[in-house]
Ligand binder design. Structure first.
Ligand code: ADP
Length: 483
């Protein structure tokens, strides 16, 4: 079974969030269970600086009126035999274009078309025949429609939604660039000639199957009152048209145990495992507090993108109470400038206990996972969330909203703490409760041990993906046989 996985980011070459982690680790886990899985991403300059890919060919695509050349480069995911392809084009694929939403959707429409042409190139040049394409998030969500409606290649497509907050919303003119007729991408406003396109919505309608990254999030997004009401119509329409295949499947993400492993992590001041975590974490914490010039005391952290849905305002309201408990709070994250400013302000307000690093710092994130006692995850919704899994692997207990993937990976009172979603008062109470638990050293150590032993490897979930792929490929074959 040959599966091509695509998305806009891939760790460790180019990572902005959890999707990058998944793109860099799921393919390796699939390869281990005999799925011939390869990856294709844009060859951004940032990746070119890190990876000297071998050029294996080139092809051309027509985008708007322009013929564009695409270079194909090949390398491997670090520490594996998993092949990764990079598609290069100087003017469109060198940088992530964050200025202007239409520019970004045009850029990824271009990349999606390039991926489809690349599949044909692999086939024609007898390199590899793709049995299934696994698209991730809105950036690659036009692929199912391009395959079906433009080039008429019938390969099953799985679209995995990692976050409904980002849908690729913009001008329908992107379809002119793809040379696709409007009616070829029918969308929800059936009778209204829509000016705008919701690319994720298109993917939801056209993909053979749609999945998301935890069972709870899969159920939550099918509720009308969910945060993303605008996508609800697409989800319901899919369900109505496709019946059983219209269901959204929830498969919990795993983490890369080669990358996130306190026993082998070179970023740590001292390596440790579950048998010597007490001393390991003590050393890690001491060094972390020294690095930030903080006094000894319980230490809480926040790691993540500073986006509205991460619920940072709920945590900011709890900082005064954290300080009153003589605990430290360290923020690491970047994103929305207003949220960054609020976090910096709170750090200035409590200079003895609070620190804020508003940048992206991979090395520091490892030190924080190891040196903190708790990680706070106050998300309003969380499709899966990897930070709670990583933190637990490093013996740091999550205090998290009871939602989505957080709910599916944390057992309240056993390997972490859950509080009622969106409620600052509940968060304060739960932090108080967790800090009290810490005083009972033996029971606290038991929780830490339980967290470190919880299995967040890809082993189970990779098998679920494999089964889903087999099911989709089998279904297509049966359809072909019955005409
Ligand atoms: P999301 O996908 O919504 O960004 P996840 O919890 O799934 O959230 O994954 C976040 C990933 O990004 C984790 O690997 C986390 O360590 C990393 N990360 C987020 N912000 C930063 C940052 N400022 N510095 C370093 N790593 C970060």
């Amino acid at each position: 079974m040959r599966v091509l996985i695509t998305g806009y980011e891939v760790a460790p070459f180019f990572k902005r969030g959890g999707l990058g982690d998944v793109m860099g680790s799921l393919p390796k886990a699939l390869n281990k269970i005999d799925v011939d899985c390869r990856v294709v991403v844009p060859y951004y300059v940032e990746i070119q600086e890190k990876v000297n890919g071998k050029k294996i060919g080139e092809f051309h695509i027509l985008f708007g009126d322009k013929e564009e050349e695409i270079g194909i480069y090949e390398s491997k995911l670090p520490g594996s035999d998993c092949i990764i392809y990079f598609l290069s084009n100087k003017s469109v694929l060198s940088y992530i274009n964050l200025r202007g939403r239409n520019k970004t959707i045009d850029q990824f429409a271009f990349f999606s078309l390039a991926v489809v042409r690349f599949i044909s190139w692999l086939n024609v040049n007898k390199k590899w025949n793709v049995d299934l394409i696994h698209c991730n998030d809105w950036h690659t969500a036009l692929i199912p429609s391009i395959l079906k409606n433009k080039v008429r290649i019938f390969i099953p497509t799985l679209l995995t939604i990692h976050n409904l907050s980002y849908q690729g919303f913009g001008s329908r003119k992107v379809l002119d660039l793809l040379r696709m007729r409007d009616e070829e991408t029918r969308e929800i406003k059936r009778d209204v000639p829509a000016k705008e396109i919701d690319i994720l919505g298109e993917g939801i309608l056209h993909a053979t199957r749609v999945s998301t990254v935890s069972p709870s999030y899969a159920a939550e997004i099918m509720k009308e009152e969910h945060w993303h009401r605008e996508i609800y119509a697409y989800l319901r329409k899919r369900e109505r048209i496709l019946k059983n295949d219209g269901n959204i499947i929830g498969i919990l993400n795993g983490i890369d145990y080669d990358v996130w492993n306190p026993e082998k992590d070179d970023n740590l001041f001292k390596k440790y495992n579950v048998s010597d975590e007490e001393i390991g974490k003590e050393v890690a914490k001491e060094a972390l507090l020294k690095l930030f010039s903080l006094k000894p005391g319980p230490t809480l952290c926040f790691i993540g993108r500073m986006a509205t849905h991460k619920g940072i305002e709920i945590l900011i309201k709890a900082v005064k109470m954290i300080v009153q408990q003589n605990a430290n709070m360290i923020f690491l994250g970047s994103g929305n400038p207003n949220i960054e400013r609020s976090v910096k302000r709170i750090a200035q307000q409590y200079p003895d206990n609070v620190r804020a690093e508003t940048n992206y710092n991979e090395e520091l994130s490892h030190k924080l996972y190891a040196g903190s006692d708790f990680i706070i995850i106050p998300s309003h919704f969380e499709p899966c969330g990897l930070i709670q899994m990583i933190a637990m692997r490093y013996g740091t207990l999550p205090i998290a909203s009871n939602t989505g993937g957080l709910k599916d990976s944390i057992i309240n009172g056993k390997n972490g703490f859950l509080f009622e979603n969106g409620k600052s008062l509940r968060l304060k109470k739960t932090i108080e409760h967790a800090l009290n638990k810490m005083k009972d050293k033996e029971r606290f150590r038991k929780m830490v041990e339980c967290a470190m032993k919880t299995d967040f490897s890809w082993d189970k979930s990779a098998v679920l993906y494999k089964k889903l792929y087999e099911d989709m490929i089998g279904q297509l074959k049966r359809k072909a046989l019955t005409g």
